[in-house]
Design a protein around this ligand. Structure first.
Ligand SMILES: Cc1ncc(COP(=O)(O)O)c(C=O)c1O
Length: 461
């Protein structure tokens, strides 16, 4: 954090710069505009997922290689978005490409187990220190199945999640996220608020949100749920929040959560869909040294193909192995995805790759923090492994309340526009962060810092 009180940036200046940068981005993406007109005819909103929407039009991409992508206008950009953190290997990695090509020639789908699925399970067990694994096709499927396993194991219906944490698009967890500050409610009794239409309140009511970084509040809420006759099956949480920028666990927090869940007989699920494979070879479990009952993976696991995984203790997987809980799916452990995952784990995401990611991350964080201090901006740089961001807040963000109370969302919007106009393809959204790849060079990181420096200078001129 900067030591002096941060500068007050006139709101008018931010608005002017947003207007200028938006105009410039729109001028540079005219082909995307044309594509949007065509795409809207049969793709709802012109996109494949609502997370790809953008006003006035989405930016359509054409190709990617290593750390770079090109949009349909031919704009070449350094990719720091990386498919919402899925492409830590970089685009079109030759080792993954070879594994996919070889597998294609031998058939891509049987809905029967293959050797690669065994190898991937073995490697994940080694990295996470959890003995049992199953596969899915996405992060949402992983968290949905992990919750079902917890419910099946305990015979309970209620679950606890962290307020503001995203765990995918199924009904159990599309609860109490993206809520404006005034709707967060009282800390000890946060409300279960469905996120968007189509989610039954009766399902949302089974999901109880608690604040991050506050083991006392979690314990009190769980004890009350016992008193009310609806004890929870599990706590599902990101060990480091990666959907409010990056929010790190405070020292002792994860240990306290592990201790209290164990003592109260509640399963602990670490959702490592974002942290897994990106912040260490064995994700947050390795990084923080706390082992949950179940862990969920997806995104970076498939090296660019859709896949996910659930890992767990012998105990947690007993109901699945006994055939009491169905963990199923036609494409689970798809041979093509497993071949890509195996190559990624054994040939790309090696110990040397993690050393390189750490070095690049440190350079990027140091560079961004230096810009903040030089211009005395209200914010700080924060990250772990391949993931990081600048949080535009004069106060440290420790949970959803402090995020909503302090984040300067307009500065986050402006930073995205500055990046896009300076060939930095960055994750859209005020809650997102960058993901580095093993293909990023020091110069790519310096380019990111230079774009940020330009914005800081323009803001404080
Ligand atoms: C922490 C976390 N869990 C689960 C998911 C859902 O993953 P998917 O979009 O692959 O369903 C996401 C997606 O961003 C996530 O960030």
């Amino acid at each position: 954090m900067a030591t002096d009180a941060p500068v007050q940036i006139p709101r008018q200046r931010i608005s002017e710069l947003i207007e200028r940068e938006e105009k410039q981005l729109n001028e540079r993406t005219q082909r995307s505009k044309e594509t949007y007109t065509r795409a809207q005819v049969h793709l709802a909103g012109g996109v494949a997922s609502s997370y790809q929407l953008r006003d006035p039009w989405p930016i359509y991409l054409e190709r990617g290689t290593g750390p770079r992508v090109w949009d349909v206008d031919g704009n070449q950009m350094w990719d720091f978005h990386n498919g919402f953190g899925s492409m830590v290997q970089g685009h079109a990695h030759p080792a993954i490409g070879k594994a996919i090509a070889d597998r294609y020639a031998s058939g891509t789908h049987f809905a029967a187990p293959t050797e690669d699925a065994i190898a991937v399970g073995d490697e994940l067990a080694r990295r996470w220190g959890l003995p049992k694994w199953r596969f899915t096709n996405s992060g949402s499927e992983s968290t949905m199945d992990a919750i079902r396993i917890a419910r099946g194991t305990t015979g309970r219906e209620t679950i606890v999640k962290i307020f503001g944490s995203y765990h995918g698009h199924h009904d159990y967890v599309m609860v109490s996220i993206g809520v404006p500050y005034h709707r967060i409610g009282i800390r000890d009794s946060y409300e279960s608020l469905p996120y968007g239409g189509g989610i039954p309140q009766s399902v949302a009511d089974l999901t109880i949100p608690v604040p991050f970084n506050d083991a006392g509040a979690m314990e009190r809420r769980i004890e009350r749920l016992f008193d009310e006759g609806r004890p929870p099956a599990c706590v599902i949480m990101e060990p480091a929040m990666m959907n409010l920028g990056v929010v790190l666990p405070e020292p002792g927090y994860l240990e306290a959560v592990r201790e209290l869940t164990q003592r109260l007989g509640v399963l602990l699920i670490f959702d490592e869909v974002k942290t897994g494979l990106c912040i260490a070879a064995g994700g947050a479990v390795e990084r923080f040294g706390v082992t949950p009952d179940l862990v969920t993976l997806a995104k970076a696991l498939g090296g660019g193909l859709p896949t996910g995984a659930i890992g767990g203790t012998e105990e947690a997987f007993r109901t699945v192995e006994a055939g009491d809980v169905y963990q199923v799916g036609t494409f689970n452990g798809n041979p093509l995805a497993m071949a890509a995952a195996r190559a990624s784990l054994t040939e790309v995401l090696t110990p040397e790759a993690y050393e390189l990611l750490e070095a690049r991350e440190e350079r990027l964080l140091r560079g961004c923090q230096a810009v903040i201090e030089r211009h005395n901006l209200p914010g700080y740089a924060v990250g772990l492994g391949a993931k990081g961001c600048v949080t535009f807040s004069p106060e440290p963000v420790v949970d959803y309340e402090s995020f909503k109370a302090n984040q300067d969302g307009e500065l986050a919007d402006l930073a995205w526009l500055y990046n896009m106009n300076r060939r930095i393809y960055m994750t859209p959204g005020r809650e997102e962060e960058w993901t580095l790849t093993v293909a990023h060079s020091e110069e790519d990181c310096d380019g990111f810092v230079a774009a940020f420096d330009e914005m800081a200078a323009d803001l404080t001129a």
